[in-house]
Design a protein around this ligand. Structure first.
Ligand code: NI
Ligand code: MN
Length: 225
C-alpha cells in the first residue's frame, strides 16, 4: 500500500514500491512545514500550478533529485527555464511513469508564477501507485465534474482544500467529498495563512455526517492507502 505523508499546506509525499513523488512542495517559507527541502529526494515532482505556495521548492528538489517536474505544459516550460528537467502534460492526459500513472484533471483557479509569468491553466492530479489512486485537486473551487472523476476512478484517498478565500471552503469541500466518493478524504490548504484559518476537525465532522470517512493528517504524519 502506498504511503501518504503530509508536509503541510498542499504538499504531500507519496511513496510506492516503484518510487516516491512529492506534490506541490512548498516547504521553505511555509510556517507550518517541518521538513526541509534538502530532506526530500524523489522520482518526480508533481506541480499543480505556479503560485508560490505550490511551486515552492519544486525546482531545487527536482534538480537535487535529478528528477523531472510533471506539470501543465506552460508551467513545465517555466520550470525548464529555471534549469529543471520537466515532463509537460495537459488536462485530460495521462502518462505511465516508472513510479506510477499520472492523469491531469481540471482545476478552477489561476496559475501565475511569483515573478508574474503566466503559466497557463492549473490542474489537479490523479496519481496511481501500486494499484491505489490518490486524487489531489490542486487549488480549486467546487465543480460538478468531480462526480465524473469519482465515477470513472476508484479513489482510495482524496486530499481536498478547505481553507476558503482562494479555494473551496469547508462546506464546498464536504460537497466535493460527496461527489467524489473516495474511501478517505484528508483536508489540506488551511491555517498556513490567517486568511485560510479553517478548522479541519469541523470538516471531518461534517464529512462523517454524510457517512463518509475523513481524517486530519497532522504535518509530518503518514497514512497508508
Ligand atoms: Ni493557488
Ligand atoms: Mn494555494
Amino acid at each position: 500500500m502506498p504511503k501518504l505523508t503530509y508536509l503541510g499546506h498542499s504538499a504531500f509525499l507519496v511513496e510506492g514500491t516503484k518510487g516516491k513523488v512529492v506534490i506541490d512542495p512548498f516547504l521553505s517559507g511555509n510556517p507550518l512545514a517541518k521538513a526541509s527541502k534538502d530532506s526530500v529526494r524523489v522520482s518526480a515532482v508533481l506541480l499543480t500550478h505556479a503560485h508560490g505556495d505550490h511551486l515552492g521548492d519544486s525546482v531545487e528538489i527536482a534538480k537535487a533529485s535529478k528528477a523531472p517536474i510533471v506539470a501543465p505544459f506552460e508551467l513545465a516550460n517555466y520550470c525548464a527555464k529555471q534549469g529543471a528537467d520537466v515532463h509537460p502534460m495537459h488536462i485530460g492526459g495521462a502518462h505511465s511513469f516508472g513510479f506510477g500513472r499520472v492523469k491531469l484533471t481540471i482545476a478552477h483557479h489561476g496559475s501565475a508564477a511569483p515573478d508574474g509569468t503566466y503559466c497557463g491553466n492549473p490542474c489537479g492530479f490523479l496519481l496511481t501507485m501500486d494499484g491505489k489512486t490518490l486524487y489531489h485537486p490542486g487549488d480549486t473551487g467546487l465543480f460538478y465534474d468531480m462526480k465524473l472523476i469519482g465515477e470513472m476512478n476508484k479513489l482510495n484517498v482524496a486530499v481536498l482544500p478547505i481553507g476558503d478565500n482562494f479555494t473551496m471552503g469547508i462546506d464546498d469541500a464536504v460537497k466535493a467529498s460527496e461527489l467524489l466518493q473516495a474511501e478517505l478524504v484528508v483536508p489540506m490548504h488551511y491555517k498556513t495563512f490567517d486568511v485560510i484559518d479553517a478548522d479541519p476537525q469541523e470538516f471531518v465532522r461534517k464529512v462523517e455526517g454524510k457517512k463518509l470517512r475523513g481524517k486530519v493528517l497532522p504535518v509530518g504524519e503518514t497514512l497508508e492507502f
